[in-house]
Design a protein around this ligand. Structure first.
Ligand SMILES: [Zn+2]
Ligand SMILES: [Zn+2]
Length: 236
């Protein structure tokens, strides 16, 4: 203790960090192995990015790409409010644990790692598109994540979506229940901001797409032009 007090501030801090690491060593949030990174390399290496064999509209992984210009069997008859959707990976294993730790255990330091995943998918699919700003589903974890992504891809983040009523958790609801649950639950704060603009709408998990579809609809009615969806993981 005496030793720490005599050393100048900066070194003190480092020493305290060293002691802290000895008492509570940093662990990988996924597998619990001791190591300097929030997520160890081994866990990161197990996450497989969705490749190029996908529906060009909804981004669903396909065994065979349709030869015509229409969407896959799942989306060709859908009237989507968005222009395209791309996901980084499939919602399972390591990514599922990471998202849960970030969202429910509120380990917000994970935002930097997650933003890098999103950046990879952005670069692969949307880098040459003209995108004016990023927006997301209202909520602290998504806002923090989008602010990190915004710095990485140098597109401004506009916190322009407002939730206007309470919604219950979508988990466990079927498609129709989900749609009803979020119907008219969101508004655009400032229509002037979205009018005539292309935007990147980001979320963590794509399940049935009902929340993102609803928000994309609100943005379209507020005059948005192209809406590019970007999600971290998709259920199917
Ligand atoms: Zn690990
Ligand atoms: Zn499709």
């Amino acid at each position: 203790m005496i030793l720490i007090q005599k050393i100048p501030g900066k070194i003190n801090k480092n020493l305290i960090d060293i002691f802290k690491d000895i008492i509570i060593p940093p662990l990988c949030v996924v597998c619990g192995k001791i190591g300097p990174e929030l997520i160890c390399r081994q866990c990161i290496s197990k996450i497989k990015e969705i490749g190029d064999k996908i529906c060009k509209y909804c981004g669903r992984p396909l065994s065979r790409i349709s030869p015509d210009d229409k969407g896959c069997n799942f989306c060709r008859n859908e009237d989507f409010n968005f222009y395209k959707h791309r996901s980084f990976t499939i919602y399972k294993g390591e990514i599922k644990r990471i998202i849960r730790k970030y969202k429910y255990n509120r380990i917000y330091d994970l935002k930097e790692v997650i933003a890098v995943f999103l950046k990879q998918t952005y670069i692969r699919n949307y880098e040459y598109e003209k995108i004016d700003y990023i927006d997301t589903v209202p909520g602290k974890h998504m806002e923090l994540l989008c602010r990190s992504l915004s710095k990485l891809i140098k597109i401004p983040f506009a916190d322009n979506i407002l939730r206007v009523r309470k919604i219950i958790k979508q988990q466990g609801l079927d498609f129709m229940q989900r749609k009803t649950n979020i119907k008219e639950a969101f508004k655009v704060k400032n229509c002037l901001l979205s009018s005539g603009k292309n935007l990147l709408l980001v979320d963590d998990v794509w399940t049935t797409g009902s929340t993102l579809g609803e928000i994309a609809g609100v943005l379209k009615r507020a005059g948005a032009d192209r809406i590019y969806l970007l999600t971290l993981a998709r259920g199917l």
